[in-house]
Write a protein that binds this ligand. Structure first.
Ligand SMILES: NC(=O)c1ccc[n+]([C@@H]2O[C@H](COP(=O)([O-])OP(=O)(O)OC[C@H]3O[C@@H](n4cnc5c(N)ncnc54)[C@H](OP(=O)(O)O)[C@@H]3O)[C@@H](O)[C@H]2O)c1
Length: 273
């Protein structure tokens, strides 16, 4: 990735995961900056060599760091996006790329506040922390190809990225943005039923996380689709078949679809639709 100056305005769970992913990947620290609300969070970044300012002690922190950046990553909560854009609108360089991580905030809403054409809406996920984020990128029609390429490179430094039209981003958010929560929730429930069968906490963890890890590695290393690998552990008339039949009877896929629809509806609410 071409070495650009990147400012993270808001660097908590998500912005912070990308920033940390860049640091861990060896991105030059002197090109990275971050804002936070609290001094404690800013100090933690400074301890890693990132120039960081907190709004509680530097009210102009966002404007100060945005003015200097090639890429401005908005990592504040969705309801703060407009306010932060208003704070920085007079400071942004004309070729700067403004990249929002916020769920539910539309490009149109951002464009109403800043004149800059390079507006990009994204949806990453927290495995950025381990270099395995999956990020959806929806550029404004006015964004330059250079701006899109720079955004793709940023997210490829911490995982993989795909460019999608904005109308797909709410569904993508539910699938991959929230995806780690789906997975952790399954693991929580799965370990809980192991505990209820009398396994110790330690054994329940080993049984479930070990199986999860092994199954995902097998899928990654195999040229087979999940359905085929599943059939390999499902003898006709056997016990696994009963598990899958029970999931089907209770319409597991329907439950997934309802979860996705609820997330998309919430994203529309956040967008004021
Ligand atoms: N979490 C996820 O998995 C995920 C996934 C995809 C997208 N997102 C999106 O990422 C965004 C951030 O979510 P999050 O979960 O990372 O929230 P978070 O952990 O609460 O992080 C918010 C960050 O913003 C800082 N902050 C608060 N007010 C600020 C201000 N006025 N100026 C500058 N910084 C300020 C906070 O500082 P302190 O550290 O001092 O509190 C913190 O660093 C949201 O828009 C969300 O939709 C999140």
């Amino acid at each position: 990735m071409e070495k650009l100056r990147i400012a993270f305005l808001g660097s908590g769970s998500m912005g912070g995961a990308i920033l940390q992913g860049l640091l861990d990947a060896g991105y030059p620290k002197e090109l990275l900056s971050a804002t936070t609300k609290s001094d404690a969070s800013a100090i933690a970044w400074r301890q890693q060599g990132v120039s960081a300012l907190a709004t509680e002690s530097s009210p102009d922190a966002n404007a100060l760091l945005a003015g200097d950046a090639d890429l401005i990553v908005l990592g504040v909560k969705p309801k703060q996006i407009v306010e932060v854009l208003q704070e920085i609108s007079g400071e942004i360089g004309k070729n700067a790329v403004i990249i929002s991580l916020a769920a539910g905030i539309e490009l149109e809403t951002m464009a109403a506040v800043v004149a800059n054409p390079n507006l990009i809406r994204t949806m990453p996920n927290t495995p950025a922390l381990v270099g395995k984020a999956v990020t959806g990128i929806a550029p404004a029609a006015s964004a330059s190809q250079d701006a899109i390429d720079a955004t793709v490179s940023l997210f490829e430094a911490v995982g993989t990225a795909i460019v999608v039209p904005e109308e797909k981003i709410n569904a993508l958010s539910a699938i991959s943005g929230s995806g780690p929560a789906w997975i952790y929730y399954f693991i929580e429930q799965w370990e809980q039923i192991a505990l209820e069968q009398g396994f110790s906490q330690e054994d329940a963890k080993r049984l479930v996380r070990g199986t999860f890890d092994g199954a995902i590695d097998l899928l990654a290393q195999s040229d087979k689709e999940p359905v085929e690998l599943r059939k390999n552990v499902t003898s006709p008339g056997g016990t696994t078949e009963r598990i899958i039949a029970t999931f089907d009877e209770h319409d597991l896929k329907g439950i997934f679809a309802k979860g996705l629809a609820a997330a998309v509806a919430r994203a529309q609410e956040l967008a004021g639709k």
